[in-house]
Design a protein around this ligand. Structure first.
Ligand code: ATP
Length: 429
């Protein structure tokens, strides 16, 4: 039943232009996905809401967009070169490789025995410049956080913030996962939205609590149901090497309850390590006349792609409307890729089409995520819009020509109301 849900979701995503396998015509590339026109719209809506909520609407937050390629010394200092690995086992018989913590005693493919567990570093290594020697080695960042820590001093010098303050960033991260799986859930190239929130060491726990609430507030803003999100206090022996306290926010995916976001107390681990390795003082003067201090940091980390997947999973609905079965995405209007579709009732009546075009163009000025559709009959158009989660369908009919009113159909209930076309912009907004 649950596998079936994932299969249907993957298939709908491809058919309707949300997500395609990466490099599709070449048979794909494991762990990569390409966002189609509707997928990128959905994803951008998620990122824009996050950026507005956590950067633009706050006085204590700064945004950055750091380079993906970084000086390898940054990843040595942060502990990733030595410690960012997953346990790997190889089947002695078929040579297939698995994550040791995700398989049993025997190879699930051929029943063979495993060799010894070894640590596999998940960073993608590359070379910067024309020389391919050890000195030119660099890494694609495995988390966006690194780009924030190396800019700590720049932000202080440019903006002179007072504690507490934070730096937010949205961008790609790369991990050479041993076993990419479950659609967008575990990819090798993905996107993160991360915040490093710098606090006085004594105030870390109150900041941790505030960000814990902010995580739920974000979910509410984009429409991830609270009932499907569960907090997990990560035990000592399972936390990342830099963390003193971590809460995972898990989501009920069809393939199990799995991490959606993480919230970590990283102490001054990163600033201290970067300060030591770079020789640059990474401290802030908190009070005039006092010694500068090294702040501690709270890190809420949101995966963009896991958010998109959770939204699709939560939105996927099969029901019956007017005696007919239908599939629809019950997406929150704030994230829906298309906010409304405009139809002429009949496509062979030039007057209707002209009027509908006019209404469409006018609406698109204030609400750009609008779609035009005149294909097939009205019922089919409704079904198509339902399937991509469009909250409203606007139909221009003969009455529109007489009195300037149109019908607006609600995706969830199928109910229609008649409103004046001049009100559409405010209704859809
Ligand atoms: P997991 O235990 O599932 O591998 P993690 O604990 O390694 O995840 P973090 O290092 O905390 O993940 O990364 C922060 C966030 O980045 C995660 O909460 C998730 O949303 C996202 N993320 C991490 N790895 C991947 C991946 N391979 N594909 C997609 N998103 C990911």
């Amino acid at each position: 039943m649950e596998e079936a849900t994932m299969e249907k979701l993957v298939s709908l995503s491809k058919r309707r232009g949300f997500l395609y396998p990466g490099s599709d015509i070449y048979g794909g590339l494991s762990g990569t996905w390409d966002y189609g026109p509707l997928g990128v719209a959905l994803k951008n809506n998620v990122k824009n809401i996050w950026w507005r909520m956590f950067v633009e609407e706050r006085e204590d937050m700064y945004g950055v967009d750091a380079a993906i390629l970084m000086n390898p010394k940054a990843w040595e200092a942060s502990g990733h070169v030595t410690g960012f690995s997953d346990p790997l086992v190889e089947c002695k018989k078929c040579k297939r490789r698995f994550r040791a913590d995700q398989v049993g005693e025997k190879c699930p493919e051929c029943g063979g025995a495993f060799g010894a567990v070894r640590q596999f570093n998940m960073m993608f290594k590359t070379h910067v410049g024309a020389a391919e020697d050890e000195a030119s080695v660099s890494y694609l960042r495995p988390e966006t956080a690194g780009g924030i820590f190396v800019n700590f001093k720049n932000i202080i010098d440019s903006f002179h913030p007072k504690l507490p303050f934070g730096v937010g960033q949205i961008g790609k991260a790369f991990r050479n996962e041993i076993a990419p799986r479950d659609f967008l859930f575990r990819a090798r190239e993905f996107e993160q939205m991360e915040i490093e929130y710098f606090v006085r060491p004594s105030e870390w726990d109150s900041a941790f609590e505030l960000w814990r609430e902010n995580v739920h507030a974000f979910n509410e803003a984009i429409g991830i149901p609270r009932a499907l999100v569960h907090e997990l206090e990560v035990p000592d022996n399972e936390r990342a090497h830099y963390s003193k306290r971590t809460i995972d926010f898990e989501f009920d995916f069809p393939f199990g309850r799995k991490e959606l976001y993480g919230l970590a107390y990283r102490t001054d681990f990163d600033l201290a390590a970067h300060s030591k390795a770079s020789g640059v003082e990474l401290r802030i003067t908190d009070e005039e006349g006092k010694e500068p201090i090294m702040p501690h940091v709270i890190e809420p980390s949101f995966g963009v792609d896991r958010t998109v997947l959770a939204l699709l999973v939560a939105a996927y609905t099969e029901d019956e409307l007017g005696g007919e079965k239908r599939t629809y995405l019950k997406l929150n209007a704030a994230v829906a890729p298309i906010k409304a579709a405009v139809f002429p009732l009949l496509k062979n009546k030039p007057q209707l089409v002209a009027k509908a075009r006019e209404i469409y163009a006018e609406l698109k000025k204030t609400v750009p995520q609008i779609m035009w559709d005149d294909n097939g009959n009205i019922g089919k158009r409704y079904r198509r819009q339902d399937e991509i989660g469009t909250p409203a369908c606007i139909t221009v009919d003969f009455q529109t020509l007489d009195d300037g009113t149109v019908t607006v159909r609600n995706r969830d209930t199928g109910e229609q109301m008649r409103v004046s076309a001049s009100e559409l912009s405010s209704i859809i907004r």
